[in-house]
Design a protein around this ligand. Sequence first.
Ligand SMILES: Cc1ncc(COP(=O)(O)O)c(C=O)c1O
Length: 341
Amino acid sequence: MTQLVDLRSDTVTRPTLQMRTAMANAEVGDDGYGEDPTVLALEEHYAALVGKEAALFVPSGVMANQIAIRVHTVPGDGVLAGKHSHVVLYELGAAAKNAGVQFFLVDDDDGLLSPAAITEVLAGHSRHLPSVDLLCIENTAMAAGGTTWPLERLSEVAQAVNGRPIHLDGARLFNAHVATGHSLAQLAAPADSVMSCLSKGLGAPVGSVLAGSRAFIDAAKDERKRLGGSMRQAGILAAAGLVGLESGIARLADDHERARRLAEAIADAWPSAGVSPLAVETNVVVATVANDAEVIEALGAQGVLCGAIAPQRIRFVTHLDVDDAGIDHAISVIRSLKVTS
Ligand SMILES: Cc1ncc(COP(=O)(O)O)c(C=O)c1O
């Protein structure tokens, strides 16, 4: 039988035995009434980790981002964000539909936004142009290949927006923390709100957490309800997230090491694919290949699953359910394939 290595996303993991046990034994209540002790414990734990007053458990990362945008803006507001960010490209236009906002896009090829580009957009504002009322940033920056933000750049960007609120899409903030050694609170400090996914590198089956000031979270709770994301005995899900927070963060270093190994092999086998192993800081490797559909199919036929994130851009993501043997198999299949540039 062909060995299967699923590198499409870190969302494909299945809950560990420890998670399933915690889920089965979770103390629960009706979270609609704020009475689920496990959800409350998860929210408190995350808020403390990211240095914010309060947090909210929500069903998905997209919903966390959407809630944040709705709380920070009113319809007609402008939102500054990177051209390739998740809120712009990968949420099916949700911010336009759910919040009625307009995006101002700035370059983010290296995963970072430049303070100068932000200042330029803000300077263009006049009474004929929509105002800019929110900045969204992403750390790690998925489309750039899971890159991290230096702390200095975070604070420069925060200065550039001059008091406007900042929402941090930290779907993979735990990876940024492990890769840089900066605390989660340091990484989240410039942001007014921050969200992280429990169902990616940490391996939980469902859920994300959104944090901010107490007033922000009170408003976020209303928006969660409006979007249909209020849950009941959600402690069953939160229990798995808590296991992830308590024992899954340090392990991400293994995923990073495996991604680096994969990147080295890709750079060697497919020199035209633009993969620079030293630039692979976390668990995502993005390669540029002209024959993307063909390559994805050929890899899949030999048990190596990956996906396209844009035309000619294929992505490999390491995670809890991929071990060294899986990476060895992926490398040998990659070496056997030709790509075109
Ligand atoms: C950077 C980023 N933000 C947000 C999300 C959305 O998370 P979810 O799939 O839980 O809605 C993802 C998911 O892949 C992501 O990569």
